[in-house]
Design a protein around this ligand. Structure first.
Ligand SMILES: *Cc1c(COP(=O)(O)O)cnc(C)c1O
Length: 422
């Protein structure tokens, strides 16, 4: 028996096992929307197999690209392996993946209630709360999951590290509280490099692959890693709702996976240096980064292999200072999204978390940083000059307002999560 491959090796080689047989080395892109049928019977059998969520039969046809695409299937195999899952299902965006997960675990199985642990990505929070998908939602804190479960609860939604607070939730504990109800963990911030939710009992690990997995800001995609049985349910939803990942996007995503572990480690290293610098800056009242509070509950130690490359911070000068900083950075692009090779800065309350109800929205002085692969000293210099710019218009404020005590080591929640429960 050979030893299991290191995750770095898996990232480079996974989803490519059929290439040698095809006589090619780089990933092929299959753009066929329709496929020849061997005969009516085998064509019909193939259609039936895939429309009900299965894989294409060996002697059949791929029929139609809304049912199956080889380029997409390769990256699905790769992500399943990286997430220690039997299967994964790719979608045209992270939100299409969230939608399919909700539908497959509520309407499709006669349940109508979802327990959602806050904070969540703004789009997910909004989709759940909008009622658009017909699900009733109870928002809660991680320790309130057990008391929020009802007989008609079909799904528990959790995100850790959370967006944008970087709060950590104990996945194994939430799974215990959920008992027989499946838990989906949005693993976008950690990636399989730092965290594998299925190893901790979660039923699904969901990604906005638009972020770290793609990694280059040029593909919108979503993916859910899970059991083959759950994958069948998700493929059924995908086949009828059409939330497909285009093969060109699948190609870019698969290409990006090979460098994911290296990118993640270097971006994390840069982020740690920037956090160390930020915590001593008088312009910043609080820094949010996993482990900054010393990991009092041991969650970081138990479930993650690193702290990642996302940072949030509160600006002493409130919204005005935050706004000035976003206008003044030059290396950091003022833009939403995250996880790419270049650094981004954005204001969650005005942008990514705009659709979230006010009581669960991040405060107006919070900025979120996605740290890229630039040199850390260059990034620090860019922030330093932007902070200088942000101080200028507020120079007439009393000195005490600008030179108060340094940020406390305590990480408080940005949102009033308890009050947000419905
Ligand atoms: C961006 C994001 C999503 C949504 O993904 P899209 O690819 O933009 O549809 C979901 N969850 C998290 C944590 C995200 O950052």
């Amino acid at each position: 028996m050979t030893a299991p491959l290191h995750p770095d090796t898996v990232a480079v080689h996974s989803g490519r096992s059929d290439l040698e047989g095809l006589g090619v080395h780089a990933l092929p892109i299959d753009l066929s929307t329709t496929n020849p049928l061997p005969d009516i019977e085998r064509g019909g059998d193939s259609y039936e197999a895939m429309a009900t969520g299965g894989r294409p039969p060996a002697d059949g046809s791929l029929v139609y690209a809304r049912l199956w695409n080889p380029t997409v299937a390769r990256v699905e195999d790769a992500l399943a392996e990286m997430e220690h899952a039997e299967a994964s299902v790719a979608f045209g965006s992270g939100m299409a993946a969230v939608t399919a997960v909700i539908l497959a675990h509520t309407n499709a199985v006669g349940k109508r209630h979802v327990v959602a642990v806050r904070p969540l990505y703004g789009g997910t929070d909004h989709l759940l709360g909008s009622g658009l998908l017909g699900a009733e939602v109870t928002y809660c804190d991680p320790h309130e999951v057990a008391s929020s479960i009802r007989p008609d609860t079909g799904l528990v939604v959790l995100e850790t590290p959370a967006n944008p607070t970087l709060d950590l939730a104990d996945i194994a504990d939430v799974v215990r509280q959920a008992a027989t109800v499946p838990v989906v963990v949005d693993n976008t911030f950690a990636t399989p490099v730092l965290q594998n939710p299925l190893d901790l009992g979660a039923a699904m690990s969901l990604h906005s692959a638009t972020k770290y997995l793609g990694g280059h800001g040029d593909v919108i995609a979503g993916v859910v890693a899970c059991s083959e049985q759950t994958a069948e349910a998700l493929r059924r939803v995908r086949a009828v709702t059409g939330g497909l990942l285009h093969p060109l996007g699948a190609y870019l995503l698969h290409r990006g996976l090979a460098t994911l572990p290296v990118r993640m480690r270097q971006q994390q290293e840069n982020a740690r240096r920037i956090v160390q610098w930020l915590i001593d800056r008088p312009e910043v009242t609080e820094v949010f980064y996993p482990g900054l509070d010393g990991d009092p509950h041991g969650i970081l130690e138990r479930q993650m292999r690193g702290t990642g490359a996302m940072i949030a911070m509160r600006m002493r000068g409130g919204f005005a200072a935050a706004s000035a900083v976003t206008s003044a950075t030059t290396l950091f692009t003022h833009a939403v999204s995250l996880g790419g090779v270049d650094s981004l800065i954005q204001h969650p309350a005005a942008l990514t978390h705009r659709p979230v109800p006010p009581e669960a929205r991040p405060a107006a002085d919070v900025l979120r940083l996605s740290i890229g692969l630039e040199d850390a000293a260059d990034l620090i210099a860019d922030l330093a000059q932007a902070f200088e710019c942000s101080r200028a218009p507020t120079a007439d404020r009393p000195l005490s307002a600008r030179t108060g005590p340094l940020r406390s080591a305590q990480r408080g929640p940005l949102a009033q999560k308890g009050a947000a429960r419905r």
